[in-house]
Design a protein around this ligand. Structure first.
Ligand SMILES: CCCCCCCCCCCC/C=C/CC(=O)SCCNC(=O)CCNC(=O)[C@H](O)C(C)(C)COP(=O)(O)OP(=O)(O)OC[C@H]1O[C@@H](n2cnc3c(N)ncnc32)[C@H](O)[C@@H]1OP(=O)(O)O
Length: 290
């Protein structure tokens, strides 16, 4: 009786995921999903060149993969990147800059969904961060239960550097990993931590010399739950994460409204435009040099 009450409660917590089709003009899968026959661990690789920036299609593809992993009895999920330089560059700035309003609404709702799906994933989750992970990339990593990162990369919620304040629930994700004082300072500075700094403050759990080693360390973390009952483990995780998740679920429409107003404000659009242009300029001059 108690168990079914808890299960119903957890079901209510789960995001309602509208299974929109995974569309891709290039016909390349935006995520690659591999389940190891021996270990039963699923590896989900982000595969949207050049930098795995999160547009609607990539986020839907991540959600569909998580749903599949939960359904196929995988023992755990490792999130990584098919790109060996960038784990995920965060939200696709094309979706935020001069946005089409209807698309922006859908985009924000899917952004909420992807965080909820990963944050509440029923199997153990670990991120093998094999490249840079700014902003939304850091959010994906912090939604996982464990993080292993390669050297000489950067990670952090750097929103204030390009003129945005991270949404409340994004900040909560950071606060679940970092001590409050440190999180406040890093969020207000828009700090990008190097791998060594991230390990030092506890933003990542381990450093690995190669992607293979990172995947192996993530597998070891997932194996550490071998003696725990999977249902009990998953319910415990969800109970612990419930307060943060409820803050978003209780007012998804309010969050959407607030964010849309904020994103559309001329000051923020100008700041974002300048930031995006500087990124493109940097990329052009890099290409010119090579
Ligand atoms: C009043 C209260 C209201 C409260 C409400 C609050 C709500 C606020 C809502 C605001 C939302 C804010 C949330 C934001 C979260 C985000 O995730 S925003 C995205 C932030 N991302 C970044 O800042 C990363 C930027 N990119 C980089 O730093 C680098 O690209 C890299 C380190 C990831 C990789 O470097 P490198 O390998 O050298 O590649 P580049 O040459 O820089 O880039 C290649 C190519 O990709 C394009 N690109 C890079 N990042 C993005 C991106 N995020 N989106 C789209 N495109 C991107 C870059 O321009 C290059 O393209 P071109 O070669 O120029 O075509």
């Amino acid at each position: 009786m108690l168990r079914s009450k808890i299960l119903n409660r957890i079901r209510l917590l789960k995001p309602v995921i509208d299974r929109r089709c995974m569309s891709s003009a290039s016909k390349t899968p935006l995520t690659l999903l591999e389940v190891d026959d021996k270990s039963g661990i699923a590896t989900l690789s982000l595969n949207r060149p050049p930098v795995n920036s999160l547009n609607i299609d990539l986020m839907n593809s991540i959600i569909e993969s998580i749903t599949e992993i939960e359904g196929n009895k995988s023992r755990g999920l490792i999130l990584t990147s098919a790109n060996d330089r960038v784990f995920c560059a965060g939200l696709d700035l094309n979706e935020l800059h001069k946005p089409n309003q209807e698309r922006l609404k859908e985009f924000w709702a899917v952004f909420q969904d992807v965080w909820l799906a990963l944050h509440l994933c029923s199997v153990p989750t670990a991120a093998a961060i094999n490249g840079h992970a700014p902003a939304g990339g850091c959010l994906l990593a912090t939604a996982c239960e464990y993080r292993v990162m390669l050297p000489q990369m950067t990670i952090g919620l750097n929103e204030t550097q390009f003129g945005y304040m991270a949404p409340k629930w994004v900040m909560l994700s950071y606060l679940s990993v970092l001590p409050r004082r440190l999180a406040e300072r890093a969020l207000t500075q828009g700090k990008l931590f190097t791998t060594a700094e991230a390990l030092d403050v506890g933003l990542v759990d381990e450093i690995a010399a190669s992607k293979e080693e990172a995947l192996a360390k993530c597998s070891t973390f997932i194996d550490s739950f071998s003696k725990a009952n999977p249902l009990a483990r998953s319910l415990t995780k969800k109970q612990i994460r419930e307060p943060d998740v409820q803050k978003l679920i209780a007012d998804r429409a309010g969050d959407l409204k607030e964010c849309l107003e904020y994103i559309n404000s001329p000051l923020l659009q100008d700041g974002l435009g300048a930031y995006f242009e500087a990124l493109k300029q940097k990329s052009r001059s890099k290409a010119g040099k090579s």
